[in-house]
Design a protein around this ligand. Structure first.
Ligand SMILES: O=C1O[C@H](COP(=O)(O)O)[C@@H](O)[C@H](O)[C@H]1O
Length: 232
């Protein structure tokens, strides 16, 4: 199994710009080859600067579909919504012409929207052109959390979307693209910052179950090469 290529940068800004440039290339390649391109972007705070830098790059954004890797079950204008972050930080300037595919649906729980979402996701091109994932301090990626009671099933699922069951979490419910769907991509990037997360990443590179650090399912696989972008 080949391990990820680690790209280290002297600052978070240079790191974000390098990844934005790489993504723009992947999108241009996708558009040239297939007439359109699909980009999955992680939630959280780490990729915000990346979104803003990417939005300013000139390419044919009208041919690009963007979707979040995962979502909190809150309305799409809520401050905690990953879709809202994309709207605010990516869909402006040239990037404003992109099509946004949100994961939130007007249903009381993500479980009740799962079947509709899986149907809608099946319409998107497979593989994606690029997927950018983040990582939490607990080794979660997208909304694949080690404390989910069904993490094993989420990691093994053949469905496009999964709903983590986290009885001890008091935040909003979550929905996530499944590991299989996230790995169905031409290019895969992992972006995180800081020494604490670097230590988590180093642990996740060691042998062990993906249920312990779900990001292991991204790092230790043979489906697609991974490029890790990091700065302290
Ligand atoms: O909950 C989430 O957290 C991770 C990491 O977020 P960050 O704020 O520490 O960068 C993120 O990758 C994931 O998509 C998000 O929903």
């Amino acid at each position: 199994m080949s391990m990820p290529a680690l790209h280290e940068y002297p600052s978070r800004g240079t790191c974000a710009q390098a990844l934005a440039d790489a993504l723009a290339e992947r999108l241009r390649e996708g558009i040239a080859k297939n007439g359109r391109a699909t980009l999955v972007l992680s939630g959280g705070s780490s990729p915000i600067d990346l979104f803003e830098r990417l939005a300013l790059i000139e390419l044919d954004w009208s041919r690009v579909t963007v979707l979040p890797s995962d979502e909190r079950w809150v309305s799409s204008d809520h401050a905690d919504s990953n879709e809202a972050a994309l709207r605010q930080h990516l869909l402006y300037g040239p990037g404003n012409a992109a099509r946004l595919f949100g994961l939130y649906r007007d249903a009381p729980t993500p479980g009740e929207a799962l079947s509709d979402l899986n149907t809608a996701l099946a319409e998107l091109p497979r593989p994606f052109d690029a997927v950018v994932l983040g990582m939490g301090d607990d080794g979660h990626t997208a909304s694949l959390f080690p404390d989910a009671s069904n993490i094993e099933a989420c990691l093994a699922s053949d469905a496009d979307c999964v709903v983590p069951d986290r009885p001890n979490d008091d935040g909003p419910a979550r929905i996530s693209l499944s590991l299989k769907r996230l790995l169905a991509t031409r290019s895969l990037y992992l972006l995180f910052f800081g020494d604490d997360k670097r230590r988590v990443y180093d642990k996740a590179c060691r042998p062990g179950p993906a249920t312990e650090f779900p990001v292991r399912g991204v790092i230790q696989q043979d489906d697609v090469p991974v490029d890790v972008y990091w700065s302290d």
